[in-house]
Design a protein around this ligand. Structure first.
Ligand SMILES: C[S@@+](CC[C@H](N)C(=O)[O-])C[C@H]1O[C@@H](n2cnc3c(N)ncnc32)[C@H](O)[C@@H]1O
Length: 296
């Protein structure tokens, strides 16, 4: 097999064949109906009753947002470092959780609106879900077709879960490279922001970046997940362009997830950082916003 990507799409049941064929066609790989035909080193995208999974060497990677339900409660969310790092003034922030009853407009405050985040490196979408649960409308960009397929499948399953549906409804996945999109926002100015529900007059409030970093996490499960994703994705090789595009898009801040002791992305120093036990969130403020840090 090639160094990156999957070798085949496996349909576990007869009823999975049509979906497997369409995925295989998009990825340019064969459909497989019998796993015994395959060698041990094969990387497979598997369609089955539990959804879509990536399987290699006995390891299985499947998106499952239901595991995050506890972290999404308002009491948990307010402690999430990412949510604190992404906080911007003048918006409704932590959204109601169970049942997602909308907050009465009188409590949202005059001039308040739903904040808009772009997750330019979506991966399996867990960080985006935290932002969406905290009240952001999130546009997720994922350029790897296999990871995007796993993420889309996880989003579709989560949309059926009443505990997650509200936040999932604020997430939109785009299967494309985020850099040209961010650069496009920069070129055409604030009048073409896409925002929740279509065109908007504002640039995004927050651009979030979490590109692959090879030696980031130490826990066994994180290592396993990372190894699976690394089967598909090389570590980020264009850090400078990614950060530059994010800043040029004109958000109120760019939040970058880094390993605790890792270097700044693209060598760009943050205005400030929030550090946890294993990761750090670098907060970059575009030049046009720096005049008034208190409004961020
Ligand atoms: C470390 S993972 C992100 C993990 C994610 N924060 C999460 O919560 O699951 C990085 C992902 O960013 C994607 N990526 C990197 N550069 C990108 C770009 N320019 N546009 C879109 N996706 C990109 C990679 O394909 C990879 O899936």
């Amino acid at each position: 097999m090639g160094k990156r990507g999957v070798d085949a799409v496996l349909a576990k049941r007869a009823s999975d064949r049509q979906r497997a064929s369409s995925l295989a066609c998009g990825l340019g790989v064969p459909v497989c109906l019998d796993p015994d035909e395959l060698g041990p080193e094969t990387t497979l995208l598997v369609v089955g009753a539990e959804g879509l999974s990536l399987e290699w060497d006995g390891m299985v990677l499947r998106g499952d947002f239901s595991r995050m339900a506890r972290r999404l409660r308002p009491s948990g969310l307010s402690h999430e470092l990412l949510v604190r790092a992404a906080r911007v003034r003048g918006h409704r922030q932590v959204a109601p959780s169970r049942g997602e009853t909308p907050e009465p407009s009188s409590r949202i405050g005059a001039g308040s609106r739903v904040p808009w985040a772009i997750d330019a490196t979506a991966g399996m979408g867990e960080d985006s879900l935290l932002l969406a649960a905290a009240g952001f409308s999130v546009d997720l960009y994922e350029r790897d077709p296999v990871i995007a397929a796993l993420l889309r499948d996880a989003l579709e399953r989560a949309a059926e879960d009443p505990l997650l549906a509200g936040a999932i409804g604020r997430m939109r996945l785009h299967e494309e490279d985020s850099v040209p999109v961010l650069e496009g926002l920069a070129c055409t100015g604030p009048s073409v922001g896409r925002g929740p529900g279509g065109p908007t007059l504002s640039p995004p409030d927050v651009v979030f970046l979490d590109p692959m970093f090879p030696t980031r996490q130490k826990s066994a499960s994180a290592k396993k997940k990372l190894r699976m994703i690394q089967r598909l994705e090389e570590p980020c090789d264009a850090e400078g362009r990614l950060v530059g595009a994010a800043l040029a898009a004109g958000p109120r801040k760019v939040v970058v997830k880094r390993p605790l002791k890792g270097p700044c992305l693209g060598g760009v120093k943050p205005a400030y950082a929030l550090a946890g036990k294993a990761v750090r969130y670098d907060c970059l403020i575009p030049a046009s916003m720096r005049y008034d840090l208190h409004n961020i």
